[in-house]
Design a protein around this ligand. Structure first.
Ligand code: AMP
Ligand code: MN
Ligand code: MN
Ligand code: MN
Length: 283
């Protein structure tokens, strides 16, 4: 399983490397199986595949979908990320991504509009310049970086904490497809549905367990293992849930590039005895 990284970003969304640069960086790291999983877009796939054609690296089609999960008991909805992998017939998923892109582009404008009175300027033009004018690629990372460049905050994290994370004044929820429907569309595309970073949603341990249970009930295929820097107890909880629900596991660094230097490409956790990697199912 060394040499596998199934969760990475390029500058097609909020990463810093182009798909070509990402492929070269992956080769340098000894990666042989790489999924490019940009946010709600597969627009980088062809570029990655073209460059990898003559290299000892297999590109797995992928995308990180902004989905949402509603707890029936509270009616509260939580944003969750589903990584879709290895689509053999991507058409249904590509249709879904057209909707997701629309949501993403409208939301980016809404966030900027909410920010305008708070910071005394409209930064939308600068934000859109960061994605070559393609509004459906804008993520909150682009907005956070723009706020840094304008001197409004000193670090991107501060932009999230002060303005754009959940509960803050310029937060806009990503009103994406529900969890069950997201998994259905991935399966209709003959791909695998992976619950991304289950411990990164600010959920209580009880809710993380419930989320994994629901994900399994809806037919989800695999859960991403937490990185080694997370507490052992967190990993053990995920391991237990994976075993309990007969899920496979996925490994990915969630590499973004040099603006998140603590995440290294190809840096993935080891599997526990008995766990089955989702990549073993790839045809
Ligand atoms: P979006 O899909 O537009 O909501 O942007 C999500 C991206 O923003 C994630 O992939 C992370 O890279 C980044 N992000 C989300 N929440 C935070 C946070 N609290 N602090 C820093 N970065 C974050
Ligand atoms: Mn991101
Ligand atoms: Mn994510
Ligand atoms: Mn990601």
């Amino acid at each position: 399983m060394q040499g596998v990284d199934l969760h990475t970003h390029s500058n097609i969304s909020d990463g810093t490397l182009s798909p070509e640069q990402l492929v070269h960086a992956a080769i340098e790291k000894g990666i042989h199986t790489l999924a490019l999983t940009d946010h709600d877009t597969m627009d980088g796939l062809k570029q990655a595949e073209a460059i990898a054609q003559d290299l000892p690296l297999r590109i797995i089609s992928g995308v990180e979908i902004s989905s949402q999960w509603s707890r029936p008991a509270t009616q509260k909805s939580y944003g969750v990320h589903i990584v879709a992998l290895n689509m053999q017939h991507p058409e249904p998923l590509l249709l879904l991504l057209e909707q997701q892109k629309q949501i993403r582009s409208i939301r980016a404008k809404q966030i900027c509009d909410l920010l305008t009175p708070l910071i005394g300027q409209d930064i939308y033009a600068d934000v859109i310049a960061k994605v070559d004018g393609i509004a459906d690629r804008i993520t909150r990372t682009h907005i956070a970086k723009t706020l840094v460049e304008k001197g409004i905050v000193s670090r991107p994290q501060q932009a999230f904490d002060k303005y754009i994370k959940e509960g803050k004044k310029a937060y806009v929820k990503f009103d994406g497809l529900g969890l069950a429907e997201t998994i259905q569309v991935i399966h209709a595309s003959a791909g695998y549905a992976v619950l991304a970073h289950p411990t990164k949603y600010d959920l209580s341990a009880t809710n993380i367990r419930y989320l994994i249970e629901i994900f399994a009930q809806f037919g989800g295929d695999a859960v991403e293992l937490p990185p080694a820097i997370e507490p052992a107890s967190t990993r053990q909880m995920v391991d237990r849930m994976v075993a309990e629900h007969g899920l496979k596991v996925s490994v990915g660094s969630d590499f973004h590039g040099d603006h998140m230097p603590w995440i290294r490409l190809g840096n993935i956790p080891r599997l526990k005895e008995g766990q089955v990697g989702i990549w073993e199912s790839f045809v």
